[in-house]
Ligand binder design. Sequence first.
Ligand code: ATP
Ligand code: MG
Length: 393
Amino acid sequence: MKEIILVKMGELTLKGLNKHNFENALVRNVRLALADMGDVKVQNAQSALYVVPECEDFDMDEAAKRVGQVFGIVQYSRAARVEKDFSAICEAAAEYLGEELDAANTFKVNAKRADKSFPMASPAICAELGAYLLDKFPHLTVDVHEPDVTVTVEVRDFGAYIHGRQLHGAGGIPVGTGGKAAILISGGIDSPVAAWTIAKRGVELTPIHFASPPYTSERAEMKVITLLEKVALYSGPMTLRIVPFTEIQEAIVEKCPEDLFTIIMRRFMMKLAERIAILTKNQALVTGESLGQVASQTIQAIGCTDEAVKTMPVFRPLIGMDKEEIIRIARRIDTFETSIQPYEDCCTVFTPKHPRTRPVLDKVIEAEKALDTEALIQRAIEGIRRVKIGVER
Ligand code: ATP
Ligand code: MG
């Protein structure tokens, strides 16, 4: 008997012709997620993935946790693998699920025979394994509707698999099958959640962070890196671009009306992000904006921000969410506690006392004429630093 992880794929099964791409991406992403855990084989057959440890002291708890974070997986379970022999199946079920069956009052057997060359049909497996287990665990009774334990037997390509509880996977689509998008990432609560939400749809991310030293500190950058390391457990590895933003902010403060600081700064972020997205072959931008949350996120302000981007869509996955809903996801993906650490962000450094909540685009564009936008953007791009996040591909 050998313990493995049996993975059921998600929306993949719906994807017809693209199925192979999706399955290959999922295999690659599961391998990446387990890359530093020792010898392990990841195989794909019959619309399932098999994660098979090839070394003695493989940490199955950790592996199962990581598999649960890979997008594209709906359900998975830890399972005992034995040869396709009925008495071996019976013995393995009693041993592998012994503790759970000891603690239960009721159970049922659920059998799936994907390998039709196996001599017993599913109902016969259910009936005979059920009888065997009743004999071994005489305190149990069968309950086919609401059993405490469901003993599942799957007779498949490489063997027979016995498992108890099905675990919920992260859902979504495998990262790498949905194109690439550049995410504007701050140290706040929202943008890491936006990153996770878009990665869930199969999109590979290029994170961009604007830093304004000396107004913002190295610790603020470390916070962003910590947040992205947490997102990378789901999204896979990525390369962060840290963009120097001080000169731009100082120029805005010096040359533009105070009530437009924020909107002009945000338009610069978008223009720079678009430029970087093109250079790094991304097809969209992503932000953590949510309608009405702050002065820069009114419909009018978002309209002005949006106008700065000319060649690609801007996704705002949190646009209709309440802060509570966003925080719930932040807690689930374990970014919340890091996000609420109080380090300064470049957005808060030069916040005007009375930001305009309904900026008028013509006025904003007029005010921007005082700046040498192209030269500022060029110099910022020249100063970009790269930081690797997650396991190297
Ligand atoms: P967050 O919690 O993500 O910081 P927020 O509610 O604080 O969002 P803003 O500070 O107005 O809102 O930022 C809106 C969006 O702009 C962020 O979600 C993020 O996508 C982007 N952004 C803000 N600051 C930065 C930064 N320093 N670097 C990169 N992107 C940023
Ligand atoms: Mg913020």
